[in-house]
Design a protein around this ligand. Structure first.
Ligand code: KIV
Ligand code: NA
Length: 272
């Protein structure tokens, strides 16, 4: 019997204690986070922060399954959600179902997340009706970076606010159990959160949301290519990693490492 937080547990948090979510991509990091979060997201952000790709567009289902399985093995309490990667769900509800079912079957995760609003509502309904819990993702949708022309905040114009509000309502009506709201202005995040009956999980979407998510490498300081305004850095592990490597390198060059305590000796003959 699983002791994990469930999808209905998350939905029941609407308007209550904020939902805490972080991304994770590896078993050890999932283990460190597991006691402290409600949800772990195996985000397609791994393309950028783990693989050094310029965007999330080249991420594959195989990558999501490998990292999703690792996060499942490394955690036992958090509700684990895995992103559907670009190109593996947008073609049709059937394609989305095949990808989502494979990811869920091969990893044992609790739900999948997909980007998009009104245009993805039919697909969300198709998955939900067939046993796959879906988390939505509206506002800034990084898989559409080539349409958006970069990673800028959304909802600065009235037209954009109306469009994103309609997206959020469509995603909720299609049966999503929660939704990420990314990089939107505060009044829009507040309005969406008031309008939809499921938790909104904000990233760059103000404190008005029902929960928050951040990319783990952003809060730990292990991804420095760029840091969006909405990131708060809670540690500087990148600097610590560099310092550890420098100490090791100095020890090796000075023959201070390995020491006697790290060295195997021939065992003394046993007494008879
Ligand atoms: O891929 C990801 O990490 C995400 C979060 C930023 C919401 O989708
Ligand atoms: Na993502």
């Amino acid at each position: 019997e699983s002791r994990r937080i469930t999808v209905p547990d998350i939905t029941a948090r609407k308007g209550g204690e904020p939902v805490v979510m972080l991304t994770a991509y590896t078993a050890p990091i999932a283990g460190f986070l597991d006691d402290h979060v409600d949800m772990l997201l195996v985000g397609d952000s791994l393309g950028m922060v783990v693989y050094g790709l310029p965007s999330t567009l080249a991420v594959t289902p195989e990558m999501m399954i490998a990292h999703g399985s690792a996060v499942m093995r490394g955690s036992r309490r958090a509700c684990v959600v895995i992103d559907l990667p670009f190109g593996a769900y947008q073609e049709s509800p059937e394609q989305a179902f095949r990808t989502a079912a494979r990811i869920m079957a091969e990893t044992g995760c609790s739900a999948v997340k997909l980007e998009g609003g009104i245009e993805m509502a039919e697909t969300i309904r198709f998955l939900v009706d067939r046993g796959i819990p879906v988390m939505g993702h509206v506002g800034l949708t990084p898989q559409a970076v080539n349409h958006l022309g970069g990673f800028r905040a959304r909802g600065r114009s009235n037209a954009e606010q109306e469009k994103i509000t309609a997206d959020a309502v469509a995603v909720a009506e299609a049966g999503a159990f929660a939704m990420v709201v990314e990089a939107v202005v505060e009044p829009l995040a507040r309005r969406i959160t008031e309008l939809v009956p499921v938790p909104t999980i904000g990233i760059g979407a103000s404190v008005a949301c029902d929960g928050q998510v951040l990319v783990i490498d952003d809060i730990l300081g292990t991804f420095a290519d760029f840091t969006p305004r909405f990131v708060k850095r809670y540690a500087d592990l990148g600097t610590e990693i560099g310092a550890a490597a420098a100490s090791y390198a100095a020890d090796v060059r000075a023959r201070r490492f390995p020491g006697a305590e790290h060295t195997f000796a021939v065992r003394k003959p046993a007494r008879t």
